[in-house]
Design a protein around this ligand. Structure first.
Ligand SMILES: Cc1cc2nc3c(=O)[nH]c(=O)nc-3n(C[C@H](O)[C@H](O)[C@H](O)COP(=O)(O)OP(=O)(O)OC[C@H]3O[C@@H](n4cnc5c(N)ncnc54)[C@H](O)[C@@H]3O)c2cc1C
Length: 477
């Protein structure tokens, strides 16, 4: 090698990014872009456990609703709302950075060819959101195209198991390839963007509880997120954060094999268990305020882990009702409630008793019914939980029902990171280690609506920029 070549090789810095979802792709592209802009000679390799055709993790299957206004800014009170929902446990500085950096991230994605729209909410209103046209696949395609232009290398079917360290700094990763052979990749910096532990039944059981072991996963890509990145970082002294006991889940139709076959019209009907009894207040809040708890209730509190939502013909008069039903399997339909019970396999006497008591308690005048807001149409049936909104007697044929189960989307427990996307150990940032997206632990108690994708994108981008700053700083010393 000539002296110039030797000098160039000496200056070359290597980055390993683990995980090819939104967070990993943003980190890889932003790191290479920052390196080019600041004269750092960087090579970037992105490793993913999935084969190419399946790569993209949860991101590929996500409609990717992003809690930003059409002007790419967060709505007023964004940080305060998230901190309040977490009972004060959320890291205010982290979410403030998310709010501050979100507009630049969204503008950057637009510059890479992503087109955003402002989608209507399911039926009930919720926070302002934008969404890439084409969903998560469009994000992946835009970022992959840019990554390829930048010469980023991709390795598929590599499963990370361990981080390599030297004198407290992360210097690479170890894992297995498609044939189970051990492979190592040395690096000057590593970004972990390999998701939560939702795809790992043992970790689900250990942290969420025994009934989580058989939790249905919301999409095909969810299974790859095996928690190995979290464990590898904890093994070298990273701090844990986030709510390890729970995660985000949604009610889906178990008959459908499609990704995320959600049925989100349950607030407008009655939900019963296998005994034909109501067990929660279907109208306790707007849909995005109740769906996660409802899904967990089915999984953890019902012995059969399945429920049934029952509606009547009035559903068909709710504007755009079909937008809230993503199951490809038609509902079970019957001309009477008596005929519906055997069709669902529910005990007739019990279901009739439930429905009679419910119908008798509903307001006679339901002119004020409004599916889009908490309309205050409430009832308190004897011997049943109340229904706080949208309480209308079910009395018009045909009667329609969907079976429902909970489906896990992502877990909350993960790594502690600061607003620079640096992974924190007991003595501050761990040198050479960054993390973004689901692998980081920042959610507590309930998922802040439409923030999961936002934080993957924003902190992925921040990780790439920060690590290049750190590489320059270390080179200057
Ligand atoms: C159906 C669905 C709907 C959703 N809807 C929304 C929504 O509307 N709004 C919103 O904000 N969020 C939504 N989410 C959640 C959001 O999409 C995810 O939180 C986000 O995409 C996570 O991005 P990520 O990059 O952190 O992880 P992922 O996209 O999951 O990527 C992780 C990658 O790491 C790889 N990997 C995992 N383990 C390893 C390992 N050991 N070694 C190597 N590679 C590994 C995986 O193969 C994967 O490619 C939804 C998710 C799903 C599935």
């Amino acid at each position: 090698m000539n002296p110039l070549g030797a000098q160039k090789a000496k200056n070359l810095r290597r980055l390993i990014v683990v995980g090819q979802g939104a967070a990993g792709l943003c980190a890889a592209v932003s790191a290479m872009t920052s390196a080019l802009a600041s004269g750092v000679d960087l090579s970037v390799t992105l490793l993913d456990a999935a084969p190419l055709a399946d790569s993209g993790g949860n991101t590929r299957w996500s409609p990717s609703n992003i809690r930003l206004q059409a002007d790419h800014h967060v709505a007023p009170g964004f940080v305060e709302a998230i901190v309040a929902e977490s009972s004060g446990l959320a890291d205010r500085d982290y979410f403030q950075e998310l709010a501050d950096q979100a507009p630049a991230m969204a503008d950057w994605l637009v510059s890479l060819g992503v087109v955003f729209q402002s989608p209507p909410y399911y039926l009930a209103k919720g926070p302002a959101r934008i969404q890439p046209v084409g969903g998560g696949v469009a994000l992946i395609n835009a970022l992959l195209a840019r990554a390829r232009e930048l010469g980023i290398e991709f390795v598929y079917e590599f499963s990370l198991t361990q981080l390599l360290t030297d004198a407290g700094s992360v210097v690479g990763v170890l894992g297995t390839d498609a044939h189970g052979r051990i492979q190592t990749h040395h690096a000057d910096a590593v970004v972990l963007a390999c998701g939560g532990f939702e795809g790992n039944s043992g970790m689900r059981k250990a942290h969420l509880g025994a009934a989580a072991e058989n939790y249905r996963l919301i999409s095909h890509g969810t299974k790859y997120n095996d928690g190995a990145g979290i464990r590898a970082a904890l093994d070298i002294g990273a701090q844990a954060a986030g709510d390890w006991r729970t995660g985000h889940a949604e009610p889906v139709d178990p008959r459908s094999q499609h990704p995320a076959p959600v049925v989100l019209v349950y607030p407008y009907g009655v939900v019963v268990n296998a005994q034909g009894e109501r067990f929660f207040d279907e109208g306790a809040g707007l849909m995005h305020e109740t769906w996660e708890r409802f899904a967990h209730q089915m999984q953890f509190e019902l012995p059969s882990q399945q429920a049934y939502v029952i509606l009547d013909a009035k559903l068909l008069n709710i504007a755009d009702y079909a937008r809230a039903i993503r199951s490809d399997v038609p509902p079970i339909s019957a001309p009477t409630l008596e005929a519906l019970a055997p069709a669902l396999g529910l005990p007739l006497a019990s279901l009739s008793h439930t429905m009679s008591a419910f119908n008798a308690a509903c307001p006679v005048d339901h002119q004020g019914f409004d599916a889009t807001v908490k309309d205050g149409l409430a009832c308190a049936p004897v011997g049943q939980p109340p229904k706080s909104n949208w309480a209308r007697a079910l009395d018009q044929a045909p009667f329609l029902a969907w079976p429902l189960v909970g489906a896990l989307v992502y877990t909350f427990g993960g790594l502690k990171t600061n607003p620079n996307a640096q992974v924190l150990g007991d003595n501050g940032p761990i040198s050479g280690l960054y993390a973004a997206g689901e692998i980081t632990g920042h959610f507590y108690q309930i998922a802040p609506n439409s923030v999961a994708m936002l934080r993957a994108l924003v902190f992925g981008k921040i990780a790439g920029e920060q690590l290049v700053r750190d590489l320059r700083h270390s080179a200057a010393m």
